[in-house]
Design a protein around this ligand. Structure first.
Ligand code: HEC
Ligand code: HEC
Length: 503
C-alpha cells in the first residue's frame, strides 16, 4: 500500500490530501446548527437562512437581520409549558410545522418535547400522555387541538347567539364529551394545522373597502389601524397580530398573565420583517434564474398587488420560463428545462384553466358571483406573489364538511342544525369536522368556511388545508379535481404540482 502510494506523483498526492485537510479543518469549526429550533437556545436568526426539503431549498429573509434571539419572546419559552412560538412555527418548515417533523420529534425525544404538551399537542389532555397513540393527530397529520367557546363569542369577547345547534355525533378522543369538554361544557374542540408565520405584508393588506363575499363592511382593526384584512386564522378569530399572539400565548404556551407591550412589539417586529419562499428546486435549479424571480427577495421587494387582470398576474415570476432563450437553455440539463417549462405551464393552468365553482359559500353566495361561477384557481387565490385572497372573507371549499371531506374516524364529527334558514348548499342538517368561520360569527351559513392561507413555502410544510386533508401537493390537486370535477389532464395536474413545489 505504502509502496503504491509512494509512486503517486507529489502534486497528485497533495491534491488527494487536500480534501482530508479541509475536512479536518471543518471538524474544528462548528457544525451547522440542526434544523430544529428549541425554545430558548439563543441562536442568532441570520438575515438569510436556507433549509433543504424534498423539493429543493426554502429560504427565509429577515429584513434588518441578523436577530439575536436570546430573550426574544418568539423564541423563548415564556409560558408555563416549555414551548416557544418557534416550537410550532419552525424556520425549516416554512414557519409552520410539517407532520413529518412532529413524528421525528416524537422519535428523537421519545415524546418528551414540549411540542407534545397535553393541552393541544395531544388528541386530548385526558388521554395517557406517554402513549404515542394519544398524539396521533399531531404525529400523523400535523394537527393541534384548538378549543373554542360554545356558544360562540366573537373576537372582542362578545357573546353571540348562534343560529344553529351542534351535536357531537362521534368523539374518538374525548375532548368533546368528557367532563369539562364539549358543547355541553361550554366549549368545542377542533383540530387544525399551524398557519405559516411569514410574509404578513401580504396577509394584512386590505384589498377592498368592504367584504365582497358577504357584501358588508369590514370589521375595524381594534387597535385603530383602519380596516382588518380578515385574513388571519382558519376561523378569523383574531382581527390583528396582537390579538392573535395573545390567543397563542394563552393557549399554546399556557402563559399565565399577559404578554407585555414590549414582548408584543418584539413579536410583531419579527413577524413583519420575515419573508419566506422556496428558493431553489431540486429538479429545476435556481428559481431566480433565466428571467424568473422566484424566492423570497421578490416578496420582500414587491407590494401587495391585486387580481391577475389589473395587477401583476399571480405567479408571473415564472412567465419567463415559458420561453427560455436557446443560450440559457444550453446551460440546463434536459430535465431542468422540462421542469421549468412545466412550472410556467402550471402558472398558466392556475390562472387560465377555468372550471365550474359550485356550492362554495363565500363565492357562490350570498354576495352574488352566481352559482355556479366559471373561473380558475385565481378567482379565490388572487394576491400577486402570494396567492392568498385579496378580497377579505372566508370560503367553504368543503375541506372540513361532509360530503367533501374524507370520512375520518379519528376526528370528532358534529351534526349542525340550522335554526333559521337552512344552509344554502348543505340544507337544514349536515355534518362537519370543523365549523370554521361559524365559530366566530355564530351563523349557520358560515359553517365550513375557512380563511385562505399563504401559498408560500408549501414544499416545506405538508400536509395541506386547515385539517391536513391533502397529504402532499398531488393531494391538493386531486381534492380540487374531485370537488369541482375539473377535468385536468395528467399533464396539467403535474404542472400544478410542479408550480406548487416552487412557491
Ligand atoms: C402548539 C403549537 C403552536 C404554538 C406554540 C404557536 N402557534 Fe401559532 N399557530 C398554531 C396553529 C395551530 C395555528 C392555526 C390556528 C387556527 O387557524 O385556528 C397558528 C396560527 C398562527 C398565526 C396566524 C397566521 C395566519 O396566516 O393566519 C400566527 C400569526 C401565529 N400562529 C403566531 C404565533 C405566535 C406569535 C406564537 C407565540 C406567542 C405562536 N403562534 C405559537 C400553532 C401554534
Ligand atoms: C372557491 C375558492 C377556491 C378556489 C377556486 C381554489 N381554492 Fe385553493 N383554497 C381555498 C380555500 C378556502 C382554502 C383553505 C381551505 C382549508 O385550509 O381548509 C384553500 C387552500 C388552498 C391551498 C392550501 C394551502 C395550505 O397552506 O395548506 C392550496 C395549495 C390551494 N388552495 C391551491 C389551489 C389550487 C391549485 C386551485 C385550483 C385548482 C385552488 N386552490 C382553487 C379556496 C379556493
Amino acid at each position: 500500500m505504502t509502496d503504491r502510494l509512494s509512486r503517486i506523483p507529489r502534486s497528485i498526492m497533495a491534491a488527494l490530501l487536500l480534501p482530508a485537510a479541509a475536512l479536518a479543518l471543518a471538524a474544528t469549526q462548528k457544525a451547522p446548527p440542526p434544523p430544529w429550533w428549541s425554545p430558548g437556545e439563543g441562536r442568532t436568526f441570520p438575515a438569510q437562512i436556507d433549509y433543504r426539503n424534498d423539493s429543493g431549498t426554502l429560504r427565509s429573509l429577515l429584513v434588518g437581520g441578523p436577530l439575536p434571539t436570546k430573550g426574544h419572546p418568539f423564541f423563548e419559552p415564556i409560558g408555563s409549558n416549555g414551548r416557544a412560538c418557534v416550537t410550532c412555527h419552525q424556520p425549516a418548515d416554512g414557519m409552520s410545522l410539517s407532520a413529518a417533523t412532529a413524528a421525528e420529534r416524537w422519535d428523537v425525544t421519545k415524546g418528551k418535547d414540549p411540542l407534545f404538551a397535553a393541552i393541544d399537542g395531544s388528541n386530548c389532555p385526558i388521554l395517557p400522555q406517554g402513549d404515542r397513540a394519544s398524539h396521533s393527530l399531531l404525529i400523523e397529520r400535523g394537527l393541534f387541538r384548538i378549543q373554542r367557546p360554545w356558544p360562540v363569542k366573537e373576537w372582542q369577547g362578545k357573546p353571540v347567539t348562534p343560529d344553529f345547534t351542534i351535536d357531537v355525533v362521534r368523539d374518538p378522543n374525548g375532548c368533546n364529551s368528557a367532563p369539562g369538554y364539549g358543547p355541553a361544557a361550554g366549549n368545542i374542540s377542533i383540530y387544525r394545522r399551524p398557519r405559516p408565520v411569514s410574509n404578513f405584508k401580504y396577509l394584512l393588506a386590505v384589498g377592498f373597502a368592504y367584504d365582497p363575499k358577504q357584501g358588508i363592511a369590514l370589521p375595524r382593526d381594534p387597535d385603530g389601524h383602519g380596516q382588518s384584512s380578515g385574513n388571519l386564522m382558519a376561523d378569523n378569530r383574531a382581527a390583528n397580530l396582537r390579538l392573535q399572539m395573545e390567543d397563542a400565548a394563552a393557549s399554546h404556551l399556557q402563559l399565565i398573565g399577559k404578554l407585555t407591550p414590549k414582548q408584543e412589539a418584539a413579536i410583531n417586529d419579527f413577524e413583519m420583517r420575515l419573508y419566506t419562499a422556496q428558493q431553489a428546486s431540486a429538479l429545476g435549479g435556481a428559481l431566480d434564474s433565466a428571467g424568473a424571480s422566484g424566492g423570497p427577495a421578490k416578496l420582500r421587494d414587491s407590494e401587495p398587488g391585486a387580481l391577475g387582470s389589473i395587477g401583476t398576474p399571480v405567479w408571473s415570476e415564472y412567465a419567463a420560463w415559458e420561453k427560455i432563450p436557446p443560450e440559457e437553455a444550453a446551460k440546463l440539463t434536459s430535465e431542468q428545462l422540462a421542469f421549468r417549462k412545466s412550472v410556467a405551464r402550471g402558472a398558466r393552468v392556475f390562472r387560465d384553466k377555468t372550471f365550474l365553482i359550485t356550492d362554495s359559500s363565500g363565492i357562490n353566495s350570498p354576495a352574488g358571483f352566481g352559482n355556479p361561477v366559471r373561473n380558475s384557481c385565481v378567482f379565490c387565490h388572487n394576491m400577486s406573489q402570494m396567492g392568498n385572497d385579496v378580497a377579505p372573507g372566508q370560503v367553504d371549499l368543503g375541506t372540513t364538511t361532509l360530503p367533501f371531506a374524507d370520512p375520518w374516524a379519528d376526528l370528532p364529527l358534529f351534526r349542525i342544525t340550522c335554526l333559521k334558514a337552512p344552509h344554502p348548499f348543505y340544507g337544514r342538517t349536515f355534518f362537519t369536522y370543523d365549523p370554521g368561520f361559524a365559530l366566530s360569527t355564530g351563523r349557520c351559513a358560515d359553517v365550513g368556511k375557512i380563511t385562505l392561507q399563504s401559498l408560500r413555502g408549501l414544499a416545506a410544510r405538508a400536509p395541506y388545508f386547515s385539517n391536513g386533508l391533502a397529504k402532499n401537493l398531488r393531494g391538493i390537486v386531486d381534492y380540487y379535481e374531485r370537488r369541482y370535477n375539473i377535468g385536468y389532464t395528467e399533464q396539467e395536474k403535474q404542472d400544478l404540482v410542479n408550480l406548487m413545489s416552487v412557491l
